[in-house]
Write a protein that binds this ligand. Structure first.
Ligand SMILES: [Fe+2]
Length: 245
């Protein structure tokens, strides 16, 4: 599997706190069948100490990849960020201060949980215009998208954005509303990816095998393969993904 959303880089956000935690997260991911993780530290959050794309993140990523090699953990980390959306995102992208997922056309974006549908629509449209494909992180967690599959469909259709659910949402880790929304969207075939959004080795971990199993059983093995393997693999190779497959 390929995990496109994971806070595995140490000491750069509220994810892994130190190198040993990152290594433990990598071990857990491997045990669950993950072979590639796109490291996606938070960025552009107002008032938070987060890093722009640049030397700190590049060096931290290279050092962790080296460490995994030394520890013989068969897992590769790719660069990425989870970008908190504001009107400045296009300028930051143009200045190279934020990066897409593995340098592809796909940008992982998040919003305030109370963001309106229009805010999310507008953001996705602005990015689409400049050739970026927005990947909306955990759509099931936004109030405006919960229990509203028709609007979620319209969002995808109108802007060409893609949707990434969190593993934990399937099991109720983010509350009943997010759980209901996640399964409602899956029932309609709307999500394009499922990722861990892991923040550590103890809670919100990068273990994804149980979520893969649940999707296989409740929906279909084909859909699980698409969400956990095929689409993420296309994404890291910057290939086109059919949002209505
Ligand atoms: Fe995240």
């Amino acid at each position: 599997m390929v995990d496109i959303h994971c806070h595995i880089l140490n000491g750069v956000d509220d994810g892994s706190g130190c190198l040993s935690e990152s290594v433990e997260m990598a071990r857990i991911a491997c045990e669950s069948g993950t072979r590639v993780i796109v490291a996606t530290p938070h960025t552009n959050i107002p008032g938070s100490e987060v890093y722009p794309w640049g030397d700190v993140l590049k060096k931290r990523l290279a050092a962790l990849n080296e460490k995994l090699k030394a520890e013989r953990i068969p897992l590769t980390l790719c660069p990425g960020q989870e970008v908190y959306y504001h009107g400045d995102v296009v300028a930051l992208l143009k200045r190279g201060e934020i990066t897409t997922l593995n340098g592809s056309r796909y940008l992982l974006i998040e919003f305030n949980f109370s963001a309106s549908l229009n805010t999310i629509l507008d953001a996705c449209e602005v990015l689409s215009v400049i050739g970026i494909v927005p990947v909306v992180a955990h759509p099931e967690r936004y109030d405006s998208l919960q229990e509203n599959e028709d609007e979620v469909y319209r969002l995808k259709k109108k802007t060409g954005c893609l949707l990434q659910l969190n593993c934990g949402s399937l099991f109720g880790a983010f509350g009943q509303s997010a759980q209901r929304a996640a399964h409602g969207m899956l029932g309609e075939g709307l999500p394009d990816f499922i990722a861990s959004d892991a923040h550590g080795p103890y809670v919100r971990t990068p273990f994804m095998a149980d979520a893969h199993e649940m999707v296989s059983e409740l929906y279909s093995l084909d859909y699980a393969e698409m969400l956990f393997r095929e689409n993420p693999d296309l994404l890291i190779r910057d290939k086109e993904i059919d949002a209505f497959n």
